[in-house]
Design a protein around this ligand. Structure first.
Ligand code: GLA
Length: 790
């Protein structure tokens, strides 16, 4: 709801649990008053705002009539440079006369239904009605107007902001910095959490105290990047997953961004996020406008899980297109780790047959099917089938896969070109590079210049033709290099600063056209794994390949870190070989599944060489996943124990009515004679009685080695042939753990699984986890019991 007190010039934006209050200051600047727990609309806002009763020494006084006011100590919604605020500006201009001072004062406001901007991804109202407050600020000297948009997503406790800058003057101006928002507050023991990383190490949690000075995270890579994710959290020192105050700021954008956190010498905190101002300048001719990407802000006073829940709900209800938002995703098989570029139709069919027997629903053909693509040095750009590998073409291959009872999907990397390709030989000028310099390569490839309409049209046609040429149900859209040699021969020298943002708009244009034309296709975004994991891509593609790292332990960290800003319903998660190709670490097959189960499940290894043990185990996994798919993919996600800080990870999903829950328990290293594990289940309903049951899963006898003599009733030689054969077939079942527990007990005392192995022997009740061991527990509210209680 948006409440406006016209007399006091106060705007109160209310969500179900939060209030965001701004007001017009006596100077006519727009001031921030309050953001936090919900306040009554009639709350006296006077006592919330910072004020001075006397001039503060050595500040620039904005107006000689009021010596107590200076912009440097004000809480502002839209700071610019030149009138005494020495903190980071949100917008910065260079006018035609060379001056850079700007001063925006309140002009007008209106409340409208959320406006639609077609040029880039954005949160959509879809079914709900979303009110938007637009406050127009104006620089009266330079005739520039700025519309500040505030859209209120009540049920998600989210305020979405964006800015539209309009040049109403007769002269051109240069926009040097155009961030999407500014938030000022008192800096009161805040910590900043960001998500940093690299290829195969995406979104690692990085938490630090915010000291005086400026912290900036950004991307200059042309993608939002694995280096820093465009989602940040500010929280109080004492805040944890279940308790405490925290704010989130996430950008709906996939290109270069910056997030700035400044704590001034007066201990004021400033938070900003938007398009990276580095290497950005934008000429705004007369009457032109510039629209920034949206930023999604949320506040929780119930800890980080609630903050994440707000983002998960916003993404599932207002970012992902409605066709896909609630649609259960297929269990897929991808041939990449099994074959890389080395495959034939025969080999693929063999893989597909094996995959189908496991219960796979979608077979995905990865890189290498097109042009002269036998390695990553050639072929990108030539989106027609390689007849040497697939003589019957894609359509026939898809048919054969369909006959096996599976859907067919395919990999593309449209934004790129290899020099060794027909496309490059025909259009060398389509690549981003400067003619006077030898370009630098990333994975042997160059980036196509998506600012050019003919390039965009070519790509839309290629991918559309491909989709229409065969029964394709899924597309993995990859992007495998960062930008360099930034130069477009289609832009004049005044406009080169636009290139990286125009590229994004070009990409969005392609994706808009393709997804509108082919709404039935399930797109999965990928950029060497998670190099472009952001709400911008999610608007077009309802899932993202979370990371090229599928190691059973690394994935715990990656998915845990990712879960702060993004729901499990968008995270592609595959079970692949052990030892893993990324860290050569061995992890149990059951753990690799137990981790991938909290995402969109897939398998990625040579399915045709699986042992009988592995086949049985995998079939069992897929059955479990399908049975609980809705809960696993769309249930409410909870972080309980942090693998970055402890030797364990506990996570859970619950159904909306709390009648069902799946808990994941993961151990890094086995702890000898360890302590009890008590797992906080306060997210359940204390009024129910639950039956908790561990997922039936299996050990491979190999695990025991010499100790197999103690684990099995019969004596076996661990080096003998019999043991070798048995280990391929024999399913050694884990402990049985079935408990009936009252919700009260679970909520107040937690859940205690079966006793862990202590080195003193083993029986049916002992939970033998071992290094990288894990368990899934399924909780179900018992209907009869509950009826009795109610
Ligand atoms: C990237 C992707 C992988 C795979 C390869 C194919 O690295 O992240 O999953 O598709 O490209 O070249």
């Amino acid at each position: 709801m948006i409440y406006i007190n016209e007399d006091k010039k106060v705007f109160h934006l209310q969500t179900d649990n939060t209030s965001y209050i701004i007001r017009i200051l006596p100077s006519s600047h727009l001031g921030q008053v309050y953001y936090g727990e919900i306040l009554d609309v009639n709350h006296d806002t006077e006592n919330l705002k910072p004020k001075h009763d006397i001039e503060v020494g050595s500040q620039v006084i904005y107006d000689e009539n009021d010596k107590t006011f200076n912009l440097n100590l004000a809480f502002l919604e839209m700071p610019t440079y030149g009138k005494g605020d020495f903190r980071e500006p949100m917008l910065h201009f260079r006018f035609s006369d060379g001056s850079r001072t700007s001063d925006f004062l309140y002009l007008k406001h209106e409340v409208v239904a959320k406006p639609v901007f077609k040029e880039m991804p954005e949160t959509k109202a879809y079914k709900d009605e979303i009110e938007t407050l637009i406050i127009t600020m104006r620089d009266n000297v330079k005739n520039v107007e700025v519309d500040l948009h505030y859209s209120v997503f009540r049920h998600q406790d989210v305020i979405v902001r964006r800015v539209v800058i309009r040049n109403e003057s007769e002269n051109s101006l240069i926009l040097e910095k155009a961030l999407s928002m500014n938030f000022d507050t008192f800096s009161d023991n805040y910590q900043l959490t960001t998500f940093e990383g690299a290829w195969i190490r995406e979104r690692m949690i990085n938490k630090r105290v915010v000291e005086q000075g400026i912290i900036k995270i950004d991307s200059k890579k042309g993608v939002s990047s694995a280096d820093h994710n465009p989602f940040i959290i500010i929280s109080k020192d004492e805040t944890n997953e279940m308790y405490g105050k925290c704010f989130g700021f996430g950008l709906v954008y996939s290109g270069n961004f910056e997030a700035v956190i400044e704590r001034s010498p007066f201990d004021l905190l400033r938070v900003q996020i938007g398009i990276n101002s580095f290497d950005f300048y934008w000429e705004l001719k007369k009457k032109e406008k510039f629209v920034t990407p949206e930023v999604v802000m949320s506040f929780s006073n119930k800890g980080l899980n609630t903050l994440s829940k707000n983002y998960h709900s916003l993404i599932n209800n207002h970012i992902i297109k409605p066709d896909w938002a609630k649609k259960e995703r297929p269990v897929l098989f991808n041939n990449w780790e099994a074959t890389m570029f080395d495959f034939t139709q025969r080999k693929l069919i063999k893989l597909a047959k094996s995959a189908q027997k496991l219960g796979i629903e979608l077979f995905v053909l990865d890189d290498g099917w097109f042009g002269n693509r036998n390695s990553d040095t050639a072929g990108l750009g030539d989106w027609y089938v390689n007849k040497k590998k697939l003589p019957l073409g894609i359509s026939k291959l898809a048919e054969k896969i369909n006959k096996l009872g599976m859907d067919f999907g395919i990999w593309v990397e449209p934004e790129m070109v290899n020099m060794d390709s027909d496309l490059y030989r025909l259009h060398p000028d389509w690549a981003i590079k400067h003619d006077d310099r030898d370009p630098s390569f990333g994975r042997n490839q160059l980036i196509l210049d998506l600012t050019k309409e003919e390039v965009r049209n070519y790509l839309v046609k290629c991918i559309s033709d491909l989709i229409e040429s065969a029964n394709i149900k899924y597309i993995k859209w990859d992007m495998n290099r960062s930008f360099s040699d930034i130069y477009s021969n289609s832009l004049d020298h005044n406009n080169q600063g636009k290139l990286v943002h125009l590229y994004q708009l070009g990409l969005y244009d392609i994706l808009e056209r393709l997804t509108t034309k082919h709404p039935e296709i399930l797109f999965e975004s990928c950029a060497s794994g998670g190099n472009r994991f952001d709400m911008g891509m999610l608007y077009y593609m309802p899932q993202v390949w979370t990371s090229d790292n599928t190691d059973g332990y690394c994935r715990q960290l990656i998915q845990y870190g990712t879960s702060y800003g993004y729901p499990q319903s968008v995270m592609g998660a595959h079970v692949s070989d052990s030892p893993s190709a990324q860290v050569i670490r061995k992890t149990p097959l059951e753990t690799r599944f137990n981790v991938a189960a909290f995402g969109l499940l897939g398998y990625e290894f040579d399915a045709s060489t699986l042992s009988s043990f592995e086949k049985k185990v995998i079939k069992n996994q897929i059955n479990f996943y399908k049975k609980h798919r809705k809960l696993l993919q769309f249930g409410e996600f909870h972080r309980i124990k942090n693998p970055f800080e402890t030797n364990n990870m506990y996570i859970a999903v619950t159904s909306k009515d709390k009648k069902e829950c799946i808990l994941g328990v993961y151990k890094t290293l086995e702890q000898p004679n360890g302590t009890y594990e008590i797992i906080d289940m306060s997210m359940l309903d204390r009024n129910y009685t639950y039956k908790a049951e561990n997922r039936k899963s299996y050990f491979n006898l190999n695990k025991f080695g010499y100790l197999v003599k103690h684990a099995l009733p019969v004596k076996l030689n661990p080096n003998g042939v019999l043991f070798h054969i048995l280990s391929k077939y024999y399913l050694y079942e884990i402990e049985k753990d079935e408990q009936i527990i009252s919700g009260d007990k679970l909520v107040n005392n937690g859940f205690i699984p079966k006793q862990n192995f202590l080195g003193s022997g083993i029986n049916d009740s002992i939970r033998l986890m071992g290094d990288f061991g894990s368990r899934l527990y399924y909780f179900k509210a018992l209907e009869e019991e509950n009826e009795k209680n109610n």
